[in-house]
Design a protein around this ligand. Structure first.
Ligand code: NAD
Length: 357
C-alpha cells in the first residue's frame, strides 16, 4: 500500500514553497502520494472553516502532514476560530503533537549571513527539541481576575512525569543518531517543575548510557547558544523555554527560509510516528506571489517527514545532501544572494536541488 501525505500549502508563500518541496519528495519516493487540501486563509476565503472537514479527513488517513504556512493580514484581530492560524492550533491539539523538533544548520557558504562571526557558526548543526503540549501555555488555572479590588493574572506551569519522559526519550533517541550529546535545559534553582524535569531526565538517562547528558539553566543556555553554539548537539527543554531558545537558535543561520521543523504526535510508532512538518517561518505576505521565497525549509521539512514518519532515513539523507550540494554550487535565493550573485527563483532553486538528488 502506498503512503499518503496530506499536502496543506495554506497561505502566502506556502503554496509556492510546498509544491516544489512535494516535487522533490516524490522524486526520491515516487510511490508516495501527496494529496493537496485547503487550509487556513485559503479555506476561509471559500467560506469554509480554517480546517475544513475534508482536510481533516485527509489528515486522518495520511501518514503525515506537509504543511506550508497560514496567516494573512486581513484576518488579524479576528477571534481565533475565524483566523487561518486556528487550523494549526486544532491540528496540534487533536493529534497531540507534543514534540517539536527544530534542526538548526548553517550550510557551507552561508556563514556570512549569520549575525554571529562566521567562525562561531561554521559547520553549525544542532537540534532543539521543545515540549509542545504542556507547561505554562496550557496549565490551569489560567485567567485574569480582580481580587479585593486589585487586578491580577495567573498562569500555571505544570508537568506530569510521563510528559517529561516521552519528550526526554525523543531527545536521547535523536542524540543517539548523532554526536551522542544531550543538553537538558531547565530552571531547577527556582522552579518545582524544573526539579521534577531534571529528576525524570536523569532517570531516563539510565536507559541511554551511551549518551553524554548535561544540564543547563535556561538563562545560561541562552548565553551559551550565542557564545559557543558549535558545542551543542541536541537540546531538550520544556514548552516556554523551548519557544524562546528555538527562535534564538534559528537566527544563528541568517535566513529563516532555510529552517524546517517537525512536530511529532502520539499516533503511530517510532520511525513511523504521525507528524506535521513545516517551515518555521510564516506566510511572508511581503514576498508572496513573487516566486522569490526560499524553498529550503519546505524541502528539508519533506526530508524530516521521510525520516520520522515514513522510516526512510536514506531518502531523507539524499534530499539533505542535495540541498547542501546546491548551496555549495552557489545556488542562492534573493534573501541570501550577496555581492551581485544571481538570485534564483523558488522553482530554479528547487531545480538546483533536484539536480543533485
Ligand atoms: P514571516 O515568518 O512570515 O516573515 C518574516 C520575514 O522572513 C519576512 O521578511 C519574510 O519575507 C521572510 N521570510 C519568511 N519566509 C521566507 C522564505 N521562505 N524565503 C525568504 N524569506 C522568507 O513572519 P511574519 O511576517 O511576522 O508573519 C506573516 C504571517 O505568517 C502572519 O499572519 C503570521 O501570523 C503567520 N505565521 C504563520 C506561521 C505558521 O504557519 N506556522 C508561523 C509564523 C507566522
Amino acid at each position: 500500500m502506498s503512503d499518503t501525505v496530506a499536502l496543506l500549502p495554506g497561505d502566502g508563500v506556502g503554496p509556492e514553497v510546498m509544491r516544489v518541496a512535494a516535487a522533490v519528495l516524490t522524486r526520491v519516493r515516487p510511490d508516495v502520494e501527496c494529496v493537496e487540501a485547503l487550509v487556513g486563509g485559503a479555506a476561509l476565503s471559500q467560506g469554509l472553516p480554517a480546517l475544513p472537514d475534508e482536510t481533516r479527513a485527509l489528515c486522518d488517513r495520511s501518514a503525515a502532514i506537509l504543511f506550508g504556512s497560514v496567516g494573512l493580514p486581513q484576518y488579524e484581530g479576528k477571534p481565533l476560530e475565524q483566523r487561518p492560524e486556528y487550523a494549526l492550533f486544532v491540528l496540534r491539539r487533536d493529534y497531540e503533537l507534543y514534540a517539536n523538533i527544530r534542526p538548526v544548520r548553517v550550510f557551507a557558504g552561508l556563514e556570512e549571513a549569520s549575525s554571529l562571526r562566521s567562525e562561531l557558526v561554521t559547520g553549525l548543526d544542532l537540534i532543539v527539541v521543545r515540549e509542545l503540549t504542556g507547561g505554562i501555555y496550557y496549565g490551569r488555572p489560567k485567567e485574569q481576575r480582580t481580587v479585593d479590588g486589585i487586578e491580577e493574572a495567573v498562569d500555571t506551569m505544570i508537568y506530569r512525569a510521563p510528559e517529561i519522559e516521552r519528550i526526554a526519550r525523543i531527545g536521547f533517541e535523536l542524540a543517539r543518531g548523532r554526536r551522542k550529546r544531550l543538553t537538558s535545559v531547565d530552571k531547577q534553582n527556582i522552579l518545582e517543575t524544573s526539579r521534577l524535569w531534571r529528576r525524570v531526565v536523569e532517570r531516563i538517562a539510565k536507559e541511554y548510557p551511551d549518551i553524554k547528558l548535561d544540564h543547563l539553566l535556561v538563562d545560561n543556555a541562552a548565553m551559551q547558544l550565542v557564545r559557543r553554539p558549535g558545542d551543542f548537539d541536541v537540546i531538550v527543554t520544556e514548552n516556554m523555554f523551548g519557544d524562546i531558545l528555538s527562535d534564538e537558535a534559528a537566527i544563528l543561520t541568517g535566513s529563516i527560509g532555510t529552517l524546517p521543523s517537525a512536530s511529532l504526535g502520539t499516533k503511530g510508532r517510532p520511525g513511523r510516528q504521525f507528524g506535521l512538518y513545516e517551515p518555521i517561518a510564516g506566510s511572508a505576505p511581503d514576498i508572496a506571489g513573487k516566486s522569490v521565497a526560499n524553498p529550503t525549509a519546505a524541502i528539508l521539512s519533506a526530508a524530516m517527514l521521510l525520516r520520522y514518519s515514513l522510516d526512510d532515513d536514506a531518502a531523507a539523507t539524499r534530499i539533505e545532501r542535495a540541498v547542501e550540494a546546491a548551496y555549495r554550487g552557489g545556488a542562492r535565493t534573493a534573501e541570501l544572494a550577496r555581492n551581485g550573485a544571481a538570485a534564483l527563483s523558488t522553482q530554479a532553486f528547487a531545480d538546483a536541488v533536484a539536480a543533485h538528488v
